[in-house]
Design a binder for this molecule. Structure first.
Ligand code: NAD
Length: 461
């Protein structure tokens, strides 16, 4: 009988609690040399998986929602321990995925039902078929939601999936995949662990679709590598979302949104408010209300019930944020609050004013707990500055309703909120414009991005 060798230290990917630096757990690293064999297994599982109807595939996934919900507290705690967000948010993220599993699986099945088009004498059926093997490469900021958002539509659409979660949060992704695999045939869903080398090997291998959520730089590298085989891509990348606050705005609502959307998840959200342009005439009142809101936030350990935000996920992320704050202050920004030295990976919520676009913090994604404010004279100036970015995921405008709607239509982001957040009604796609995205997902339009469209036309009497 052969026995598996015990993994040595270098074979393990260790996950650390960003609040304490303690090890939370580890998973075996997937040797890069094994990635092709894992892809071959996913290819071999395709015919049987694609022989099922979308609804049969959706029905197979549904019990995973209940299985996740039964473990929501345990898995939510694991998520928080390795990512740092407060426990209620960690548990909420797991519960949210669990609660929506069944509905989402049905939504995908419905979205990819064939469409029929008819002219006189010809009938065309538009089929939405799976591409083949989908590489699902995901980040750490929502470490169960991001794999979930990709894996569920990819599977129901008829793809087999290999997930490569972030090396910062491998444990929760590993548990998620294990839960789903209780209900799926062998080889349909696999996971590989490691750093970007494993991701690169996956992209370079015999995969047919790469659904990537992460940074712009990695997205560009993936696009280059995928070009060789003209592999299909869904890239959900970073951003530098603006918020515009105009005369006539409900300043309580605008300030509450500004503070929460700049600071939640320690600013580590792809649609975080990263820049705020406020009309000068209302800026003093806005700043007072903003500070009332910001002062409500408390940084601390994920397990401390009074914490509303945790630490940055890793030291490099903290160094990036602190470096951007310093650059802004060196170039003449005003420190309104925060920027206090903190131990470990913690960053104190910081409010900066009088920011300009020659400061890195106004042009490069921050992904940290910083509220960045600049005064503008007019709505036109606000639009010009808001659109002065290579990114375009979300954007929000608060103001008198008709003016705010007019300004909203001039913003170049993929998702715009007018007197509300950028999140759309059910069925809206999650879509980035410019360098924030390439293809998109969610909602019926997004679910179809996981499919090869085929048109079969027949003569009809
Ligand atoms: P990242 O790009 O560093 O890593 C994401 C994943 O890609 C990880 O699993 C990593 O190992 C892998 N990877 C890195 N380089 C790779 C390469 N060249 N080839 C293949 N795989 C590679 O991103 P991150 O730091 O984990 O996440 C933060 C970023 O994600 C932010 O920019 C944020 O805006 C973005 N994000 C975007 C959305 C969206 O919907 N647009 C959602 C969440 C996060």
């Amino acid at each position: 009988m052969t026995t598996m060798p015990t993994p040595t230290d270098t074979d393990l990917l260790r996950s650390y609690n960003p609040s304490t630096g303690e090890e939370v757990g580890s998973v075996p690293i997937t040797p890069v040399a094994q990635v092709d064999a894992i892809i071959a297994k996913a290819q071999a599982a395709l015919p049987a998986w694609q022989a099922l109807t979308p609804q049969q595939r959706a029905d197979m996934l549904k019990p995973a929602g209940e299985a996740l919900e039964a473990r929501a507290e345990e898995l939510g705690k694991l998520l928080s321990l390795e990512q740092g967000k407060p426990l209620t948010e960690g548990i909420g993220e797991v519960s949210g995925c669990a609660a929506r599993m069944s509905e989402e699986a049905d939504e995908v099945a419905k979205a990819i039902a064939p469409d029929i088009l008819e002219d006189e004498g010809v009938k065309s059926t538009i089929y939405y078929d799976g591409y083949g093997v989908c590489a699902a490469i995901t980040p750490w900021n929502f470490p169960i939601l991001m794999p979930h958002w990709t894996i569920v539509p990819a599977l129901v659409a008829g793809n087999t999936v290999i997930c490569k979660p972030s090396e910062q949060t491998p444990l929760i992704a590993d548990e998620y995949v294990k839960v789903l695999n209780q209900f799926l045939p062998e080889g349909v869903l696999q996971i590989i662990h490691g750093e970007d080398d494993q991701g690169k090997a996956l992209v370079a291998g015999d995969v047919n679709l790469i659904a990537f959520t992460g940074s712009k730089n990695a997205g560009q590298h993936i696009m280059q590598s995928a070009a060789k085989g003209l592999k299909r891509l869904i890239l959900e990348l970073g951003s530098k979302d603006p918020l515009i606050v105009l005369e006539g705005a409900d300043l309580d609502a605008a300030a509450a949104f500004a503070a929460r959307n700049s600071l939640r998840n320690c600013g580590q959200v792809c649609v975080s408010t990263e820049r705020i342009y406020v009309q000068d005439s209302i800026k003093p009142q806005f700043m007072d209300k903003l500070m009332e809101q910001v002062n409500e936030f408390k940084v601390g350990d994920c397990c401390d019930e009074t914490s509303t935000i945790g630490p940055m996920v890793m030291r490099e992320q903290k160094e990036h944020v602190v470096g951007q704050i310093k650059d802004a202050l060196d170039k003449g920004a005003t420190l309104v609050s925060g920027n206090e030295p903190m131990d470990g990976n913690y960053v104190s919520p910081t409010v900066l004013d009088n920011l300009t676009h020659d400061m890195d913090i106004m042009t490069t994604e921050t992904f940290g707990p910083v509220v960045c404010v600049a005064g503008v004279k007019t709505a036109e100036e606000a639009v010009e500055l808001a659109n002065d970015t290579e990114y375009g995921l979300g954007a929000v405008v608060f103001g008198e309703d008709s003016k705010a709607r007019e300004v909203g239509r001039q913003l170049t982001a993929g998702m715009v909120g007018v007197n509300r957040s950028m999140g759309g009604a059910s069925g809206s796609p999650w879509v980035g414009a410019r360098q924030s995205g390439y293809s998109y997902h969610s909602g019926p339009m997004g679910h179809r991005q996981f499919c090869q469209v085929r048109v079969v036309s027949t003569n009809e009497a």
